[in-house]
Design a protein around this ligand. Structure first.
Ligand code: ADP
Length: 509
């Protein structure tokens, strides 16, 4: 396979026989504008950033001409190299005009939407320093979708995508703007990373969005009298994906659909679950510069050095019990209130806990009180700390992810790679990636962690009892850890599935 200067890709078959001339079969690469908001390592508030750095790179490896489209948030401008303006667009949302910059983020070409009065702000991309949504978020993210759709006419950098692939509610209006263009247009794909976040705004904002008046309807972007960006995507996108098979099923039910289950059932034929992956360039205990010592599945001895170092750094007592880790947003989604309830029992069994996270003030208060009660066994750090996150996966025996719902979850897959056995609730991507250490799976040699069924402290407690029983059998524990570290959730298969989806939507000559 070769790529020519214009990005076209050629696939060569076997060499032509002597005397025979044969033109190589020429297949143009699928062109995708990948529309989102955050990319690791430049800008990360959660797992979406990890996905947005690894998936586009895997798509490039699969032969896709993928380019990122993001707001020019200061952190992205600082991280991008070779930024050059390519076009000024007149937008319906802001004055002066919108400048589109082209550059490179890591291995991936990127376009940044440069409108300082909308994007050049301190704080997170979504909220101000007090944690309040920016009051003009509807315009900030409508512009993202509008620019994505604007690529359809091929005048932005002379490049016309086959697919506009948007992520989460922030890019939710892209399929609506594309539909409103009518005529021949790129196909739209929308990926749901979390249906709990929908981008809901007052009805009055609709008139600022420059969409046809009839789009504010039940069969459009209106949802219970409000503007809803996620609803727009689910209604107008040609194809919808989400990040695990189980979550694709779950969100079609009232329990998990956050009100969108009916619409998703009606679009079931266009909805696919494609499991996220792990970037093993970033998450590999044998090559992780954050760790006290490197280790691997075949040479796991240094994992105990990482454990000692973590305990010492956080002021925990040494002991013979398992060390549990939590690296998480503190939100009701993550089920950490259940963990809070079982902490006394966990410590009584001989366990210790290291928690890194921030968010819900009531949860922070609960964990602060627990750490004060068990200072030698429970450590809490309320911040965002990439290095400590890596050290926790390496230094712990178990990673806790007791989520109420979990679209995919990345931390349990990182935990598997680091031999920290995931203890998870059987929901979403957690159910698809962790194999419970029950008697059958243990004897079949396929267990990789612990899975509990119900979002109750009793269910979690029962699982903890099984875990402590296994801890007392070191050779069994080591066998499960060995299985866990053998799991391969690389991005390759996901990239192939997205490519197949793109090709099905836009067969190329
Ligand atoms: P979500 O996207 O719902 O927050 P995921 O499991 O998909 O959950 O991804 C979470 C990502 O954020 C992982 O890369 C995890 O390591 C990281 N993370 C979460 N909380 C913190 C924190 N306090 N410090 C550092 N990294 C964190």
């Amino acid at each position: 396979m070769a790529v020519n200067a214009s990005g076209n890709m050629f696939f060569f078959g076997p060499p032509a026989r002597q005397g025979q001339s044969r033109a190589p079969a020429k297949v143009r690469a699928v062109r995708v504008i990948y529309t989102s908001t955050e990319v690791f390592p430049a800008l990360k508030t959660g797992g979406l950033a990890d996905v947005n750095s690894a998936l586009p790179a895997a798509l490039i490896d699969a032969g896709v001409d993928v380019r990122l489209l993001l707001p020019a948030f200061p952190a992205l401008v600082n991280a991008a190299v070779n930024l050059t303006p390519v076009i000024h667009l007149k937008s319906p949302f802001c004055r002066p005009d919108v400048s589109i910059l082209r550059g490179q983020l890591g291995r991936v070409p990127a376009y940044l939407i440069d409108v300082p009065q909308l994007y050049s702000r301190t704080g997170s991309p979504y909220v101000d320093e007090k944690g309040h949504d920016w009051p003009d978020n509807h315009l900030r993210f409508a512009l993202l979708g509008w620019v994505a759709a604007r690529f359809a006419d091929g005048t932005v950098d002379g490049w016309r995508p086959d697919i506009v692939h948007g992520h989460d509610w922030h890019a939710g209006l892209a399929p609506a703007y594309l539909a409103a263009r009518g005529g021949e247009r790129p196909a739209s794909v929308h990926t749901i990373h979390n249906i709990g976040f929908q981008g809901e705004f007052a009805a009055e904002t609709f008139r600022e969005l420059a969409l046809p008046a009839n789009y504010f309807s039940m069969y459009g972007i209106e949802f219970y009298g409000k503007v809803n960006f996620m609803k727009a995507a689910l209604h107008y996108a040609d194809s919808i994906t989400t990040v695990s098979s189980t979550y694709a099923r779950e969100i079609q039910s009232p329990e998990f659909g956050f009100g969108m289950d009916g619409l998703l059932r009606s679009r079931a034929g266009a909805l696919t679950g494609i499991l996220n992956g792990v970037d093993y360039q970033v998450w590999n205990p044998n090559r992780d510069s954050y760790l006290a010592a490197p280790y691997s599945r075949l040479e796991p001895a240094n994992k105990s050095t990482c454990k000692d170092s973590l305990r010492m750094a956080l002021g925990l007592a040494s002991g013979s019990g398992p060390l549990f880790g939590v690296v998480s947003r503190l939100s009701p989604q993550k089920g950490l209130d259940l963990l809070l309830e079982v902490l006394p029992a966990l410590v009584a069994f001989g366990g210790q806990v290291v928690l890194l996270g921030s968010g819900d003030p009531a949860l922070e208060a609960g964990y602060r009180a627990a750490a004060a009660r068990y200072p030698k066994d429970i450590s809490v750090t309320f911040s965002y700390d990439e290095a400590l996150a890596h050290r926790i996966f390496a230094g712990t025996d178990v990673t806790l992810v007791p989520s109420r719902f979990e679209p995919c979850g990345l931390t349990q897959m990182y935990a598997l790679a680091y031999g920290s056995l995931p203890l998870v609730r059987r929901v979403g991507g957690l159910a698809d990636t962790v194999c419970d250490a029950n008697a059958d799976n243990l004897s079949a040699g396929i267990a990789t962690g612990f899975v509990f069924p119900d979002a109750t402290s009793d269910s979690l407690n029962a699982c903890l009892k099984r875990l402590f029983a296994l801890w007392k059998q070191p050779s069994q524990w080591a066998a499960v850890r060995d299985n866990a570290m053998q799991q391969n959730f690389g991005w390759g298969p996901a990239a192939q599935r997205y490519l197949a989806l793109y090709r099905a939507l836009r067969p190329l000559a």
